[in-house]
Design a protein around this ligand. Structure first.
Ligand SMILES: Nc1ncnc2c1ncn2[C@@H]1O[C@H](COP(=O)(O)OP(=O)(O)OP(=O)(O)O)[C@@H](O)[C@H]1O
Length: 205
């Protein structure tokens, strides 16, 4: 399976273009890093690739076809700030089961405690909430995961634990993984290919 962004261009309202002519592709089974300056548009690109937003120019395709608008999305995005990605009026059990019912083995692998499921999102720490967002994103129909500064707010031990579980799942299920991060050591350790933002413009990487 191939996820492609072709000649993408984004601007907000009538403001300046954030970027234009950005093309990128990611295959299932690849772990790819995306690095670049702050404010260049990496999160914006991640949102396009996960179908959250539509570009003003260009298109995103999965195996050459546009996304199907209904049902579980095969490209899942996990953002840096989990509190922005959950409904504060839902308890954790409902949030976790929004797209699928995560199995106990996955909850255990991500060190998610059963007791958290009866709490509201604001009753968990940022790291605990992020583990739940990661579990939510790893449904059986996920083909690509976009991790946008996914563990930036976590301590080193939690980071290692989450990445170890995620990489295990990525390998077992042959998922494509795009890691957007400002941490060079994380990118070097995890990724078989690294895309520099400046190289995205006008060329396919
Ligand atoms: N809703 C919005 N309205 C106007 N401008 C926006 C909006 N969202 C993002 N931007 C602008 O788009 C540009 C790209 O933002 P984006 O978050 O994609 O960058 P980034 O490369 O992910 O940055 P960072 O590494 O700091 O997370 C920034 O200049 C930002 O100010």
């Amino acid at each position: 399976m191939l996820l492609e962004g072709n000649n993408l261009g984004v601007r907000y309202g009538s403001g300046p273009w954030i970027f234009r002519e950005v093309s990128v592709s990611l295959r299932q089974g690849e772990v790819v890093g995306l690095v670049g300056p702050s404010g260049s548009g990496k999160t914006t690109l991640g949102r396009l690739l996960a179908g959250y937003d539509k570009p003003q120019e260009g298109s995103v395709a999965l195996n050459g076809a546009p996304f199907v608008q209904r049902g579980y999305h095969p490209v899942q995005l996990v953002l840096q700030h989990p509190e922005k990605a959950v409904n504060p009026l839902w308890r954790m059990r409902r949030i976790l089961q929004e797209g699928w019912a995560p199995d106990p083995a996955l909850l255990e692998a991500l060190a998610i405690e059963q007791a958290w499921l009866d709490r509201w999102p604001n009753e968990l720490s940022g790291g605990e909430l992020q583990r739940c967002c990661v579990a939510r994103a790893l449904g059986p129909e996920t083909r690509f995961l976009i991790a946008d500064e996914m563990t930036a707010m976590l301590d080193a031990i939690s980071q290692a634990q989450i990445w170890s579980s995620v990489l295990d799942i990525v390998q077992k299920r042959n998922l494509g993984l795009l890691i957007i991060s400002h941490e060079p050591h994380l990118i070097r350790r995890l990724c078989s290919r690294v895309i520099e933002w400046k190289d995205l413009i006008g060329v396919r990487t």
